[in-house]
Design a protein around this ligand. Structure first.
Ligand code: AMP
Length: 215
């Protein structure tokens, strides 16, 4: 199973990606995680650190090389779930070329759909207990009176709106590209975690059943 997984910040994409990876015994491959690891080890050039810090994109060639190396490793031979890559059409094209060189192709691109206003509502009501790391929602999952609450910087409305705008700009080209290729499935991301997982699995089963899965 070779999957590209796309979803706006705060959509529960990370949670769903983990479940799907366990289900299919495939690694979750995240360019963001790889870049952060390289940065922590001091292996990232200053201009790339700067691009990440400012919320901009790292050059296509850098992330394409990371994906090329990572997907060639033994644990990715039977498949992988890409999280945070591709972000641009040239990256998507490079991925297609990479896979094609090994007679492989993507099975599916899943885009989690969550309405913008719901994402903002969730973020502005989300609080974390600094001592326990437990996450609360001020209305739907209220914290206990003794909690030491923090409202994360990137959960403030202005920052959330900016991150969503970046996501929309990214997917504006990417999703139509995969739709044209017949690979895109949009999954309703509103509901309980298990409900959304079931929808993702149903979407992937359809792909397998129509013979879209290779090796
Ligand atoms: P993420 O954790 O996926 O949000 O990635 C963190 C940061 O790494 C992003 O804000 C970008 O600066 C950089 N990055 C991660 N993946 C990519 C990608 N596919 N293309 C360009 N930049 C990326």
């Amino acid at each position: 199973m070779r999957i590209v997984f796309v979803g706006p910040p705060g959509s529960g994409k990370g949670t769903q990606a983990k479940v799907l990876c366990e289900r299919f015994s495939i690694p979750q491959v995240s360019t963001g995680d790889m870049l952060r690891a390289a940065k922590a080890e001091g292996r990232l050039p200053a201009e790339i650190v700067q691009a990440m810090a400012s919320g901009g994109l790292v050059p296509d060639l850098v992330v394409i090389k990371l994906i090329d190396q990572r997907t060639a490793q033994a644990d990715a031979k039977a498949g992988f779930l890409l999280d945070g890559f591709p972000r641009t059409v040239p990256q998507a094209e490079a991925l297609g070329t990479m896979l094609g060189a090994n007679a492989l192709r993507l099975d599916a691109v899943i885009a989690l759909d969550v309405p913008e206003e719901l994402l903002i509502e969730r973020a502005i009501h989300r609080r974390t207990d600094k001592r326990t790391g437990q996450i609360y929602h001020l209305q739907y999952k209220p914290p206990p009176p003794d909690a030491d609450l923090e409202h994360r910087h990137d959960d403030h409305e202005d920052v959330v709106r900016k991150r969503l705008a970046t996501y929309l700009a990214m997917t504006a080209d990417l999703l139509p590209y995969y739709e044209k290729a017949g690979l895109l499935t949009r999954v309703n991301g509103v509901g309980e975690v298990s409900e959304v997982t079931d929808r993702c699995l149903a979407a992937l089963n359809l792909v397998v059943n129509r013979g879209g899965s290779h090796g």
